[in-house]
Write a protein that binds this ligand. Structure first.
Ligand code: FMN
Length: 329
């Protein structure tokens, strides 16, 4: 079975350079950051860019007006989107107060109206991304999924937490299984998958057709490197080495720089460097230093000297553990 690991839409993260990076690592389908339907209609190409080398790509739209969403979907399709995803899960206050994102799940009739209009205007694949429901008393993912299927929607991805939960607690994978059993269209599970074995576990436990990965890809594009799900049962033999990580940071930086220039690249790569080095020895002081670095040379000097420090520390530790073994042995 070929890879059905999918990159989740993540605002501020899944820009073109990141999508390109994960594609190079083996990811077959990536979602854009969520794009305002209204903004896309007003600003067009300056609001959304799809490059020739990134197909298939799914453009995620958010909004609450059926006609605006349908028109924006048509625009995105015209710009080269292979699939259009309608965001029905964003929990952010500024989104739900406009009636978009997770707020839509409170109004199944409105969902029907939106999906009916979007389906009329767009020939490409249309998907929706939902949560469990608004809160623990209103879990209606199955109801919304059935509506989507009836409206001719092609697939559903579900992150089984409620809007009220935000990112707290654990994703309730059993709901992914419930949705899968309730509809005949593909269901993509999402939530708390941070390793290939967890992806395999989600597939087996829920019967879902694909696994969508969000936070597990931050600082970790390697998560997509097993193209074949038969290998997901085991962790990669070795986590990426320090050298591989450092090279990935360079590569990631150059992809961003080619896309939006040096200044923007310095600003954007800093948050990724944070994730590439999360949990490393002495990372707290390195991370606080990072935020003050505004110039490319200074940034890379700091990165190199930090990686040298980590390497020296690792060498000392393996030397110490060898000594301990020879003392105890
Ligand atoms: C920084 C960040 C930005 C996100 N932006 C979006 C977004 O634009 N659209 C969306 O549907 N979900 C968004 N999400 C939710 C993810 O797509 C995903 O559903 C969620 O993180 C759970 O999956 P995970 O446990 O694999 O991270 C975002 C999540 C994070 C952490």
């Amino acid at each position: 079975m070929s890879s059905n690991l999918i990159l989740a839409p993540m605002s501020g993260i899944t820009d073109y350079p990141f999508r390109r990076l994960v594609r190079e690592m083996g990811c077959n389908l990536a979602f854009t950051e969520m794009v305002s339907a209204e903004g896309l209609l007003r600003k067009g190409r300056s609001f959304l860019k799809i490059e020739k080398d990134e197909h298939p790509v799914s453009v995620q739209l958010f909004g609450s007006d059926p006609n605006i969403l349908a028109e924006a979907a048509q625009v995105a399709e015209g710009m080269g989107a292979d699939a259009i995803d309608i965001n029905m899960g964003c929990p952010a206050k500024q989104v739900v107060k406009t009636g978009a994102g997770a707020d839509l799940m409170r109004f199944p009739e409105k969902v029907k109206g939106i999906l009916f209009e979007v389906r009329k205007k767009v020939k490409s694949l249309i998907t929706i991304k939902i949560r469990s429901g608004w809160d623990g008393e209103h879990i209606n993912a199955v109801e919304i999924s059935k509506i989507a299927e009836d409206c001719g929607i092609d697939a559903i991805s579900i992150h089984p937490r409620t809007r009220v939960q935000g990112f707290r607690g654990q994703a309730d994978w059993s709901l992914i299984g419930e949705v899968k059993r309730a509809v005949h269209i593909p269901v993509i599970g999402n939530g708390d998958v941070t390793t290939p074995p967890l992806a395999k576990k989600m597939l087996e436990e829920t019967g879902c057709d694909g696994v969508m990965i969000g936070r597990g890809a931050l600082g970790n594009p390697w998560i997509f490197r097993f193209k074949n799900s038969e290998h997901w049962g085991r962790e990669p033999a070795m986590p990426p080495s320090l050298e591989e990580r450092k090279n990935m940071i360079h590569h990631h930086f150059f992809l961003i720089q080619a896309h939006c220039g040096e200044k923007g690249a310095v600003k954007t790569i800093r948050k990724h460097v944070y994730w590439y080095t999360k949990g490393f020895p002495g990372c707290a002081s390195f991370h606080s230093k990072l935020s003050g670095l505004r110039e490319k040379n200074a940034l890379f000097e700091a990165i190199h000297s930090y990686f040298d420090f980590v390497q020296r520390r690792n060498q000392c530790q393996s030397f110490e553990s060898m000594e301990n073994r020879s003392v105890t042995g």
